[in-house]
Design a protein around this ligand. Sequence first.
Ligand code: ADP
Length: 189
Amino acid sequence: MKRFIVFEGIDASGKETQAKLLSSFLSNKGFEVMLTHEPIYDEPIGKVIKSNLEKKISLASQTVAMLYAADRHEHYQKIKKALAEGKIVISDRYKYSNMAYQGANGVDPKWIQEIEKYSLDPDIIFYIRVRPESAMKRRKEKDLYEENIDFQKKVFDIYESLSKKYKFITIDGERSIDEIHKEILEYFD
Ligand code: ADP
């Protein structure tokens, strides 16, 4: 059984939708599930990240990368505890988001891998693959990153290369919510 499950993909690719569906499916099967999301905006480090996303403050990309890595490392302590208690953990975003987003902001990807190395790898990473043009049509409110199609394209390109490097399970996200969910369930026989 895969116990540490991660969803990755660009903004509005359908990660939250699919993470919730999978969580309900596994809960109904009798598993205890911790459904979680990064960054943790109501924790101290996440609050700084949020202020930057909302343009209340303006931080250097390298600083932002370190904040994401720090936020995740704190999150990872909770994930580890839940796994030790026998729960299944489903995380909407994980360290690959830092590589994709701060990589697109020009931060050295090798350095991001280095600062992320203490947050261990998940058992399975679902990459919901949606082209930026399709994803942009889905969402009305846009934050610092979402508003810029060229930026989303850079993020998408990095996800494409990460998908090979980290053996993501690539899921075609441009189908119906139900079709995507059914394909994901094939990994939980
Ligand atoms: P993310 O967590 O990747 O940002 P969400 O799951 O929040 O994405 O979905 C973003 C928006 O797109 C929501 O309004 C959601 O209802 C919609 N959506 C999700 N999956 C699909 C899909 N397969 N086709 C069309 N719209 C979708």
